[in-house]
Design a protein around this ligand. Sequence first.
Ligand code: TRP
Length: 336
Amino acid sequence: MSSRPRPVILTGDRPTGPLHLGHYAGSLLARVSLQHSHRQFVLIADTQALTDNASDPGRIAPNIVEVALDYLAVGIDPDVSTLCLQSAMPALAELTLLYLNFVTVARLERNPTIKDEIQMRGFGRDIPAGFLCYPAAQAADITAFKATLVPVGADQAPLIEQTNEIVRRINRQADRQLVPEAKALIPEVGRLPGADGQAKMSKSLGNAIPLSASDEAIAEAVRSMYTDPGHIRASDPGRVEGNVVFTYLDAFDPDRAAVADLKAHYRRGGLGDMALKQRLTRVLQAMIGPIRERRAELARDSAAVIDMLRTGSRRGEEIAAGTLEEVRNGLGLRRL
Ligand code: TRP
C-alpha cells in the first residue's frame, strides 16, 4: 500500500441560494473527479455569506441545506470528501482574527475580486468591515486544512494570491513553514456566461439555471438564450464566438465532434438557432435530470443531511484547531 499522503483540497461556497450550472461547470465537476485522488474538504461558508448579507441574514440558514443537497446530488460523496460548515468550526474564526494582523487594509482594498464585488453589490463607500476582510477568512479556511489545491472559478484567483501572501508573511515571521502555499485550480471552460450573455451566471442577476431546474425550465432558459444578434435567417452565416449556446455546448455536450460540425455549419450558414437550441436543451435535460431526481430524493430527509454536516464539521474542527495551535506556537504566542 502506498503511504504517500494525498494532496489536500479545500473549496467551498457561500450558502446564499441553491447552486446552478455555473457552479457545476466551474467547480462541482472538478470536485467530483478530484475527490478520489485527493483528500478533499468542501466548506459551506455561512460565516462568509454574512459578509454581504448582513441586511438579510435569514436567507443563509435555509440555504445551508440547499447547498449540501446540491453537493450530494452531483456526486460529492461524504464518505470520501469531508463536507463541513464554516460556523461549526470556531478554530477558523480564531485563525482569521490572527491572520488579520498579517495583511494591510490597503492590500485588502486592492484585491480585484473584492473591488469587483464592492461594485456589483453597490456598497459604495459603506463597505462592511467583515466584507473587506473576508479574504483573510478565506486564507484561514484554506490553510487550516493545509490545502495546496483550491478548485475555484477564475474570479476567485486573486483570493488564492492573497492567501499565499499571508502564508508567506506568517512563515517568514516564524522562520519556518507553518502552513503551505496553495494553488488555484481554474477549470478549462472558464467562467460560464449567463443565459442572457452577461459575463457571469448568477442567481442575483436572474440568468442562472439551477441544478434543480425542471425540463420545462431548462427549455425556457435555452429558448431565451443569447446567440448572435446578426444571425437573423437560418441561411445567414453566424458567429460562434460570444454565442452563449455554443459556449454551453462546449462546456456540456459530450460529443465534441458533433459540436465541431455544428460550429462549422453555423459559420457557413444554413443552421438555425432553433435547431441549435434544441440540441442544447436535450444535452442539459439529460445532464440535469438525474441530478434533480437525486436531489429531490435526498431532500426528503434533511435531518440526515444536517447530521452528515455535523460529522464532517467535527472532523474539520479537529484539524483546524490543530493548525491554529501550530501557527500560534510558531509565532511564539502562548495560551494560559
Ligand atoms: N469565496 C467562495 C464563494 O464566494 C466561498 C469560499 C469560502 C471558499 N471559503 C473558501 C472557496 C475557501 C474556496 C476556498 O463562494
